[in-house]
Design a protein around this ligand. Structure first.
Ligand code: GDP
Ligand code: MG
Length: 595
């Protein structure tokens, strides 16, 4: 155990975690030249395409230092604010972290929030000043910031570049020298923390764990404490680029377990694995349940795919413990699920993963935060979907979640950010200069105004020079109303939204206009109306289609005609028929595209 080091890499998004991980893997010959590709641990297609880490990835390296071989378990983590839950789980399996700061960017919002996570868990922090090869690097200035924030000495900061490999040797030495070896008792009853799991359609669920105490052997009878289930450890092993089976995994180490577990319900991230014959008396303190920030309906495009979709969501949840869901029915869309997400990026990623990894085609509805509606008897109702909102005759008041947003930016963007935040009903609570031209602004604002497109807007107005982190601070009363959309007189529940009264008229109008653009013309006229209660506040009309779409192909060649038909067929995939009107996926999200 003295020769094991468990660590993860934390940083603000894009500060170079995955790239530095590549260099560490190369330097230790964990990955051969042939296997090497940029951000090799980002093995999900989606991660590669978007250039971001979504999941934490664990990998083991061997490193020889002063004649001794060390086992280094590295966990690469995502940086985006939506995925901080992944970070907190990785941190729980480690004794130390590499805290990376981009030398040209300096400390950013998630540098701070991730650092706090590490400090909460008492981890050893190795500060790394990354990307020093960049012409725009400001090593001295950023070192000052790091000393201030981390409270470390200037000398302890390692200058490095994941691009050209500078400092990689120093980073590895520091991992061995500064991060404590895991503590634990190999002979004690087994106590292993499940910190991740992956669904594998051939072999069942792979459980990723960190052994705190005891030893797990191939073939052992083990028990998962929280789910109270018993398995045989059919295969155990360590994680290299591929899984490598082993016969024993001891206290201090990280490994995987496969025992033909088929049902997602049986594995809970944060649970303790123990020995069936010699169980531990104490379960490890697991993780706090995640609190989703945004809720949306997820429906199969074909109603008959409901059961398949349920299975897919269950399996995906295994790999993403932050996804929560429950069945929901919509008058317009039929049977589906109300899912809770950590943010909009998370929601997008889940939708894409359902499609790619599980072959589902889904419709997602207007996202909503979780409101508290109080009826006139004083009872509180949790409202995660507009359709759950109380009838106005029974409604006393509505409270909505508020957040504290921390924005770090250059001073020249203060004005634009103030304007944006005020539009979003935000109130400035504090403003501090971190250096002469870097400012930290603290706002309080409704989560509902923030989750949807705030981050994109913030990036645009600050030309990328603003970073954001936020936390929930509680519920406050707000004057919210439910805005309904009617198509040819029928209310479409999946298009309803809960909005602030001051913005309701404008929203209703813009939403109708947007829907007019998005609804395909059909053989008949479609009336689009926005209403608050029984009161119609806006109306638009989609004119009936006159000519056959194929008409313009007459005389044209047949392949062009076929192409057009195929295009139409494809375009249909993400449509739902509601009454006699066809609604494309974009329409359900129209409310997000309104400025
Ligand atoms: P992550 O989000 O923290 O995992 O960051 P990535 O490792 O994905 O890197 C983000 C971007 O920065 C990529 O385009 C990398 O090629 C680039 N990058 C990473 N490390 C360095 C470095 O040391 N120097 C330079 N110049 N670019 C880097
Ligand atoms: Mg990454």
């Amino acid at each position: 155990m003295e020769n094991i080091r468990n660590f993860c890499i934390i940083a603000h998004i894009d500060h170079g975690k995955s790239t530095l991980a590549d260099r560490l893997l190369e330097f230790t010959n964990t990955v051969t030249k042939r296997e090497m590709q940029a951000q090799v641990l980002d093995n999900m297609d989606l991660e590669r395409e978007r250039g971001i880490t979504i999941k934490s990835h664990a990998i083991q390296m061997n490193y020889v230092y002063k004649g001794k071989t060390y086992v280094l378990n590295l966990i690469d983590t995502p940086g985006h604010v939506d995925f901080s839950y992944e970070v907190s789980r990785s941190i729980a399996a480690c004794e130390g972290v590499l805290l990376l700061v981009d030398a040209s960017q300096g400390i950013q919002a998630q540098t701070i929030s991730n650092l706090y996570l590490a400090l909460e868990h008492d981890l050893e922090i190795i500060p790394v000043l990354n990307k020093i090869d960049l012409p725009g690097a400001m090593p001295e200035e950023v070192k000052d910031q790091m000393v201030d924030l981390v409270g470390c000495s200037r000398e302890s900061i390692i200058p490095a570049s994941g691009k050209d490999g500078t400092g990689v040797d120093k980073v590895l030495e520091a991992i061995v020298e500064r991060i404590p070896a895991p503590k634990g008792d190999k002979t004690a009853p087994l106590q292993a923390l499940i910190f991740d799991s992956v669904y594998n359609s051939f072999r069942g669920i792979e459980v990723i764990f960190r052994v705190l105490n005891g030893t797990i052997k191939k073939g052992d009878k083990v028990k998962f404490v929280a789910t109270d289930t018993v398995y045989h450890a059919d295969e155990i092993g360590i994680l290299k680029l591929e899984k490598e089976p082993r016969t024993v995994i001891e206290a201090g180490d990280v490994g995987y377990l496969i025992s033909g577990i088929k049902s997602a319900k049986e594995v809970k991230v944060g649970d303790t694995i123990t020995s069936f014959d010699n169980p531990t008396k104490e379960a490890i303190v697991g993780f706090e349940d995640v609190k989703p920030m945004v809720f949306a309906g997820v429906y199969p495009v074909e109603t008959s795919d409901y059961e398949d979709l349920r299975e897919a969501i269950e399996k995906l949840q295994l790999n993403d413990a932050s996804l929560v869901w429950e069945p929901e029915t919509s008058a317009a869309l039929g049977f589906g699920f109300r899912c809770g997400f950590l943010g909009m990026l998370h929601m997008e990623i889940i939708q894409e993963r359902l499609e790619r990894e599980f072959d589902q085609t889904v419709i997602t509805t207007v996202p909503s935060v979780s409101f508290h509606a109080f009826d006139n008897k004083g009872e509180m109702h949790v409202v995660n979907a507009p359709s759950e909102m109380l009838d106005p005759s029974k409604l006393d008041r509505i409270e909505e979640p508020f957040i504290k947003a921390q924005i770090i930016t250059k001073s020249e963007y203060i004005g634009a950010i103030m304007t944006l935040c005020m539009e979003k009903r935000g109130v400035l609570r504090n403003q501090v200069y971190l250096t002469t031209d870097r400012v930290e602004m603290i706002f309080e604002m409704p989560l509902s105004e923030m989750v949807f497109d705030f981050f994109d807007k913030l990036k645009t107005i600050s030309k990328g020079y603003a970073s954001l982190d936020y936390e929930l601070i509680g519920y406050r009363e707000s004057n919210m109303v439910k805005l309904d959309i009617l198509l040819n007189g029928d209310k479409v529940d999946a298009l309803s939204a809960i909005v602030h009264r001051d913005k309701a008229y404008e929203w209703g109008k813009k939403l109708c206009e947007k829907l007019k653009e998005l609804l395909p013309r059909q053989q008949f006229e479609i009336a689009i109306q926005a209403a608050i209660g029984a009161k119609i506040i806006s109306r638009e009309t989609v004119k009936a289609l006159r000519k056959d779409v194929l008409a313009k192909c007459y005389g044209g060649d047949i392949s062009r005609k076929r192409k057009l038909l195929e295009k139409q067929k494809k375009g249909k995939k993400r449509m739902r028929q509601v009454g006699n009107v066809e609604i494309p996926q974009e329409a359900f999200m129209a409310v997000l595209k309104i400025d």
